[in-house]
Design a protein around this ligand. Structure first.
Ligand code: NAP
Ligand code: HSE
Length: 431
């Protein structure tokens, strides 16, 4: 059998330890498929004395992870540290500059610096791979780079954050509020080191910008993803959605159908007949619509040690086989620099939720704003007086219409003393 692929692991947290366990457990099978064994030679993290539940004695320890790629006993570095900049980026740069391949699970870094790193990797003729950065264990980057390579992908969307999906699903099942459930997602190892990245939608936006670049052959444009997280979704919204035949899911959606690149992450009402309505817990799912393949659905565990390790090691197997194609499907110089699409002319249905003072005339004020903005109401529910200081929840579904009209209605209601918080607007995904 050929020489082993010599691997340095940077980061020994949830993902790093998962990678050690997987390479160890499936060593023989992996060597057969890769054509040579995968050998971890050296590891690095912050705290050498931490008990990680795995035996690190077979590996050398490197205190300064940034120089891992410069070591002679390393062919490829796996970065599982996290953070868009800092030591992760320094490590990525030095590794590629040293002419070594880089595998990373770090979507923040790829969303911000992926083009620079991919360009450097092309110059050095080394692989840059990031399957684990998007949708955990689902091999969706490979599917889009290879399996659907003959198609023009017209739209790509899905459930891209396991933490949010876990939280929304538990809220759905138990009626508990979001803040209470977040700690459970953290304890299960799904959340980012700073969980604000999950619940504010940033993590999903990182992944969407990477997915869009691979799917459409456009330059990564994280800055133009319109992002809203799940922090304003109440258990009562989930109950109302259920009564109307919907679930609430954080959806990342991108297309190039308008006048540019449209990218948005936002909680949506998803019709219970849509496949994404059945994506529960930390599961992720990605829908890609190709002009010849039709609609493809990829689904699986979106976070956690095992699934993420599976994606990392798949990249290592590709590198062991000598696969070094362009990171984003086409060379960086050929990625299209598509401008962000204007959203004003997009059409759709929406869920509007108002928390209002329970007094005469409030409903008239809301409906007047909707009328003046040209929003047509399909149905309305007013829940009885809530426990909290006479606050009442009013929910409306709109007919299909321009999104700009809903935005205008919200603008007209801005600062109204009748509303105890700004209206919550969720777009609807019917099919
Ligand atoms: P984690 O459990 O917090 O582990 C991070 C590791 O990096 C730890 O071993 C830590 O060392 C080390 N580290 C952090 N800062 C460091 C520094 N300044 N210098 C040296 N070492 C440092 O994180 P994780 O969940 O494994 O995630 C790692 C990466 O994978 C992130 O980019 C994340 O977004 C991505 N990812 C995670 C998942 C998931 O399900 N968890 C899924 C897909 C992608 P110590 O242990 O010594 O503190
Ligand atoms: N924090 C991320 C999530 C990890 O919850 O989806 C997987 O990328």
């Amino acid at each position: 059998m050929a020489e082993p692929l010599k691997i340095a692991l940077a980061g020994l947290g949830t993902v790093g330890v998962g990678v050690i366990r997987l390479i160890d457990a499936n060593a023989e099978l992996i060597a057969r498929r890769a054509g040579r064994p995968l050998h971890v030679t050296v590891v690095s993290a912050r705290d050498r004395s931490k008990n990680r539940g795995v035996d690190l004695s077979p590996y050398a320890w490197e205190d300064d992870m940034v120089i891992l790629g410069e070591r002679e006993d390393v062919d490829v570095v796996v970065e599982m540290v996290g953070g868009s900049d800092g030591p992760a980026l320094a490590l990525a740069r030095t590794t590629i500059e040293a002419g070594k391949a880089l595998v990373t699970a770090n979507k923040a870094m790829i969303a911000h610096h992926g083009l620079e790193l991919a360009g450097k990797a092309e110059d050095k003729k080394v692989a840059l791979k990031f399957e684990a950065a998007v949708a955990g264990g689902i091999p969706v980057i490979k599917a889009l780079r290879e399996g659907t390579a003959a198609n023009r992908i017209e739209r790509v969307y899905g459930v891209l954050n396991g933490t949010c999906n876990y939280i929304l699903t538990v809220m759905e099942d138990t009626g508990r509020e979001f803040g209470v459930v977040l700690g459970e997602a953290q304890a299960k190892g799904y959340a980012e080191a700073d969980p604000a990245f999950d619940i504010e939608g940033t993590d999903a936006a990182h992944k969407l910008s990477i997915l869009a670049a691979v799917a459409f052959g456009t330059r990564v444009d994280f800055a133009s993803v319109a992002t809203t997280g799940i922090t304003r979704v109440r258990a009562a919204d989930i109950a109302q959605a259920a009564a109307l035949g919907y679930v609430i899911r954080l959806i990342g959606m991108a297309d190039t159908g308008g006048d540019g690149l449209f990218q948005r992450v936002q909680p949506h009402l998803v019709h219970c007949d849509h496949p994404l309505a059945h994506v529960d817990g930390a599961t992720n799912a990605v829908v890609a619509e190709g002009n010849f393949s039709g609609r493809l659905l990829f689904q699986g565990a979106g976070a956690g040690d095992g699934p993420t390790a599976s994606a990392v090691v798949a990249d290592l197997i590709d590198i062991a086989r000598g696969e070094t194609g362009p990171a984003f499907s086409v060379p960086v110089s050929e990625l299209e620099p598509l401008a962000a699409a204007p959203t004003g002319h997009r059409r759709g249905r929406a869920y509007l939720r108002f928390m209002v003072a329970d007094r005469p005339g409030v409903l008239a004020e809301i409906t007047a704003a909707l009328r003046d903005a040209g929003v047509s109401i399909e149905s309305m529910i007013q829940k009885g007086r809530a426990d909290t200081a006479g606050e009442v929840m009013v929910v409306m579904l709109t007919h299909e219409g321009p999104e700009s009209a809903v935005s205008e209605a919200v603008r007209l209601l801005d600062g109204s003393p009748s509303l105890s918080e700004p209206p919550l607007v969720l777009h609807i995904l019917d099919n």
